[in-house]
Design a protein around this ligand. Structure first.
Ligand code: URA
Length: 227
């Protein structure tokens, strides 16, 4: 828990540097061109992430699936539809979220990402988190949990809990794909999401207004918002 003085210093620091869409697009460009691991050979295209640079919530999934690989956007399939429902259940929309994955290229046949593939992609996620500085990072499933909180307990213990590490707030959740055909997991996901609403309200009350990027918005930038 931050003291009042720490909170004030932290908010001052945040006010000094507004993240820009250009900076985010620059990271996206490097991800699209990345050939650091074997997944680039079989991808149709990389899936860097999607959402506004001003998003207060970041969601991190596992890896693009077939539809994501075709469309270049994360969570556009059935799991994405459930993610949208979850977000809407707490009065938000997908436009309030920046969504990305642990690896940015589809593993062939939707197999699990290999550790060296996760490592090769890792610095992109660090850069995106450092740029956006979201109030809450939703960790979707065990692969994202292993990547973001490697020393923590498993998802079945931590789901819905708020975990604060190095000034970042994480909430592990079951992966929406796991809940697609499991009614009780689905219920748990919605209950956990309701807790996220409370965490966000708390974060909101602690922070100063965030400066919005002042640069003009061009068509490429707008495409980040068009869902
Ligand atoms: N779509 C994604 O982009 N990531 C997942 O983890 C699952 C579906």
């Amino acid at each position: 828990m931050r003291s009042d003085r720490e909170t004030t210093a932290y908010n001052r620091l945040r006010m000094q540097v507004a993240p820009t869409t250009e900076q985010l697009l620059e990271i996206h460009g490097r991800i699209r061109a990345c050939v650091a691991c074997r997944l680039h050979v079989t991808r149709t295209q990389a899936v860097p992430g999607y959402g506004p640079v001003s998003a207060r919530i970041m969601a991190v999934g596992e890896a693009p699936g077939e539809k994501e690989d075709q469309q270049g956007r994360p969570f556009v399939g059935a799991a994405g539809k459930l993610l949208t429902e979850l977000v809407e259940s707490i009065g938000l929309t997908r436009r309030d979220l920046y969504i990305t994955n642990t690896v940015r290229c589809r593993p062939p046949g939707n197999r699990d990402p290999e550790p060296d593939e996760v490592t090769a992609c890792s610095h992109f996620l660090d850069e995106q988190i450092a740029l956006l500085r979201p109030d809450v990072i939703l960790i979707l499933g065990r692969h994202a949990l292993l990547r973001l909180l490697p020393d923590s307990a498993g998802i079945s213990r931590l789901h819905g809990e708020r975990v604060v590490r190095h000034e970042r707030t994480y909430v592990p959740l079951y992966h929406p794909a796991a809940a697609l055909y499991n009614g009780s997991l689905r219920e748990t996901l919605f209950a956990d999401m309701a807790r996220v609403r409370a965490y966000l309200d708390e974060a909101e009350s602690l922070r100063a207004p965030r400066p919005q990027p002042s640069e003009p918005v061009n068509a490429d930038q707008l495409s980040l918002f068009a869902l």
